[in-house]
Design a protein around this ligand. Structure first.
Ligand SMILES: [Zn+2]
Ligand SMILES: [Zn+2]
Ligand SMILES: [Zn+2]
Length: 140
C-alpha cells in the first residue's frame, strides 16, 4: 500500500551514450559522428520519445520500488512495503505503527486494561486485593 514503483529517469547524455553503444558511429558526408549525437541534434522529438521508451524498458527489466515513508529504494516490492514497519517480537507480524507492534501479542488485564506479556501476568495484575490461602497461613 505504502510502497511505490520508482520510475527510472536518465539524462540526455546517458541516452546519447546508450545510442552510441547500440548503433556506433555513422558516416555523414565523410565525417564520422556518433549516432546518439546525430539523433539528439537532428531530431529532438525522436530522441525524447526514444529516451522515454528506454526508461520504460529499464523499469520493466529492473523495477525498483521505494518505501512510501523513507523513500529508500528496493529491488523487491515487498521489501519496500515492509521497510519502515515494525515487527511484533513474538509473532513477527509487521505493523506500520510501532505502538501496534508492541501490543500485538500482549494480553490486556481484564480490569485495568494494562498490557502484559503473558496471560499469567495479565491474570495476576489486579488481583492482589483478594486474600489467597497463602496469605491466611502467613497471618496465623
Ligand atoms: Zn522505509
Ligand atoms: Zn504478535
Ligand atoms: Zn490490571
Amino acid at each position: 500500500m505504502n510502497s511505490y514503483q520508482i520510475e527510472t529517469e536518465i539524462d540526455d547524455d546517458e541516452y546519447e551514450q546508450f545510442l552510441n553503444e547500440m548503433y556506433g558511429d555513422i558516416n555523414v558526408c565523410g565525417m564520422t559522428m556518433s549516432s546518439g549525437y546525430v539523433l539528439k541534434h537532428m531530431d529532438t522529438i525522436a530522441f525524447d520519445i526514444g529516451k522515454s521508451e528506454y526508461e520504460t524498458s529499464l523499469d520493466n527489466d529492473n523495477p525498483k520500488y521505494g518505501c512510501g515513508q523513507c523513500h529508500e529504494p528496493y529491488d523487491d516490492e515487498d521489501e519496500a512495503e515492509n521497510c519502515c514497519k515494525t515487527p511484533c517480537e513474538t509473532c513477527g507480524e509487521l505493523y506500520e505503527d510501532e505502538g501496534d507492534a508492541e501490543v500485538c501479542c500482549t494480553i490486556p488485564c481484564g480490569i485495568c486494561g494494562t498490557d502484559h506479556d503473558t496471560e499469567e501476568e495479565a491474570m495476576s495484575c489486579c488481583d492482589d486485593g483478594e486474600p489467597t490461602e497463602e496469605d491466611d497461613e502467613i497471618k496465623d
